[in-house]
Every structure is written in structure tokens, then in C-alpha cells.
Design a protein around this ligand. Structure first.
Ligand SMILES: NC(=O)c1ccc[n+]([C@@H]2O[C@H](COP(=O)([O-])OP(=O)(O)OC[C@H]3O[C@@H](n4cnc5c(N)ncnc54)[C@H](O)[C@@H]3O)[C@@H](O)[C@H]2O)c1
Length: 235
């Protein structure tokens, strides 16, 4: 049985991915700032802290063996006019969304290299297609994640490891509802549904389905791709 790590697995998209991969028969450990207490495979780690990642990963390996599937879903958004973003605010968004992928991927990679097989899926954002006002730090970090995905795919392909990105758009999670509540969406979720080609909001399950495919054996010829899951809002 394969072992997967899902970062950001305590909420929203990461939680949906962890549930889906478990139901597909993988061992799944999650790493999150706020792990649920009732899940003994949920580990606390801040992805921007390499020591916390290393400690959690040691515990996961002891319990479940080498990790050959990694989904980087932990993320934080930010919403501020560019000229008002302080450098520490800029840095924090980059640290979590980009450096978090760096730290976690680098920590897990030895297991994949030893196995000669691995699957990495990075959850970026549809704002990398469209841009997004007042989210310049977030869009910068997520765009870099797409770039990292492409570069790593080329580097790791010869080692049997695929690396792909899924940029979600308009997925019903606590992050989206917080943005709605703070009136950052430019309309309610209901109003946005009318502007979405498939006429519904996305679910964590929609993103999880894409991840489940990308980590499957039959997706082994797919790497370095950015697979948008956004109801047709970005094409
Ligand atoms: N919801 C959407 O429409 C949408 C759109 C584009 C991109 N995304 C991306 O999808 C991913 C999941 O977002 P979501 O909507 O489920 O949000 P969410 O806020 O519901 O979940 C994010 C999870 O990440 C965890 N997290 C945050 N910072 C962390 C850190 N430093 N270390 C470890 N864990 C941390 C949080 O505790 C939380 O459990 C994020 O990367 C987000 O940027 C979401």
C-alpha cells in the first residue's frame, strides 16, 4: 500500500484530497498548522519550517514507511493593495505558499528517489491564469509554484517521479467563504455561480478527483502539466 502526505489536510481542498486518497486505499498522513485531534494520522507542522516538516515526516515514516505520494495543498491567501503590503506580509505569503512546497518536497524526495517512483501534485491557483488585484504576493507565490512544477518535472522524470500542478478556481472551502464574508470576491458565491460556465461552485472533491488521477499508475506519462479545475472560469 502506498503512503501519501497531504499538506493543508485539515481543511477544505487538502481535507477533501486526504479523504479521497484514503478511500482509494492509500495510507494518508496529513500535515497542517491545525490538525484535527480525532485523526491519529494528522500531524502538526508549519510547512514554512523545515524542522517541523522533518519531525513530522520522521513520525510518518516510522508509522507508515516511505512516502511516495505528496500533495502540497497548504496555503494562505492575502488581500491588500500592492503599495500597502508590508515586506513581512509579502514574505509570509511567499514562505507558506512557495517555500512550503520547497521544504516539503525536498524532505519527501529521498523516499521517491529510493523507490524509483513518485507522484507530486502542487495545488496552485487559477489566479495564476487570470491575475488577481490585491493579491500580488499570493499570485506571485502560486505562479512560482507552477514554474517549480515544470522545472521539477524535467529534473525528476528520469527518476520515475511525475510532478504536476492543479490550480483550483472558485472551490467552496472555508478560504472561499472567508473571502465572501470579507466582500473580497466582487459578489456573492451565488452571483459568481451565474458567471461560471458549469453553473456551480467547485467542491474539494473536484480537486481531489484530479489529484487521484494524477497520482495513479495510468497517469505516468503526464508530467509538468498545469491542470486547471475551475468550472471553465479560466480556459
Ligand atoms: N478555495 C479556492 O477556491 C482556492 C482557489 C485557488 C487556490 N486555492 C488553494 O488551495 C489550497 C487549499 O485552500 P482551501 O481553499 O482548502 O483553504 P483552507 O483555508 O480551507 O485550507 C488551507 C489549510 O492549509 C493550512 N495551512 C495554512 N498555512 C499553513 C502552514 N504554514 N503550514 C501548514 N498548514 C497550513 C490551514 O491550517 C488549512 O487547514 C491552498 O493552497 C489555496 O491557496 C484554493
Amino acid at each position: 500500500m502506498k503512503t501519501a502526505v497531504v499538506t493543508g489536510g485539515a481543511s477544505g481542498i487538502g481535507l477533501g484530497i486526504a479523504q479521497r486518497l484514503r478511500s482509494d486505499g492509500l495510507h494518508v498522513a496529513t500535515m497542517d498548522l491545525n490538525p484535527p485531534v480525532d485523526d491519529d494520522l494528522a500531524y502538526r507542522a508549519d510547512v514554512s519550517d523545515p524542522e517541523e516538516i522533518a519531525a513530522a515526516l520522521t513520525a510518518v515514516r516510522d508509522r507508515l514507511g516511505p512516502v511516495t505520494v505528496l500533495v502540497n495543498a497548504a496555503g494562505v491567501d492575502g488581500f491588500k493593495r500592492f503599495q500597502n503590503i508590508s515586506f513581512p506580509e509579502w514574505q509570509r505569503v511567499i514562505e507558506v505558499n512557495l517555500h512550503g512546497v520547497f521544504h516539503t518536497t525536498q524532505a519527501v524526495l529521498p523516499d521517491m528517489l529510493a523507490a524509483g517512483w513518485g507522484r507530486i501534485v502542487n495545488i496552485s491557483s487559477s489566479s495564476t491564469h487570470s491575475g488577481q488585484p490585491f493579491m500580488s504576493h499570493y499570485v506571485s507565490a502560486k505562479s512560482a509554484v507552477n514554474g517549480l512544477t515544470k522545472a521539477l518535472a524535467l529534473e525528476l522524470g528520469p527518476s520515475g517521479i511525475t510532478v504536476n500542478a492543479v490550480p483550483p478556481g472558485f472551490i467552496d472551502t472555508p478560504m472561499l467563504r472567508r473571502s465572501e464574508e470579507a466582500r473580497r470576491l466582487g459578489g456573492s458565491v451565488e452571483e459568481h455561480i451565474q458567471r461560471t460556465p458549469v453553473r456551480r461552485v467547485g467542491t474539494p472533491g473536484d480537486i481531489a478527483a484530479a489529484c487521484a488521477f494524477l497520482i495513479s499508475e495510468e497517469a505516468g506519462y503526464i508530467t509538468g502539466q498545469i491542470l486547471g479545475v475551475n468550472g471553465g472560469r479560466n480556459t
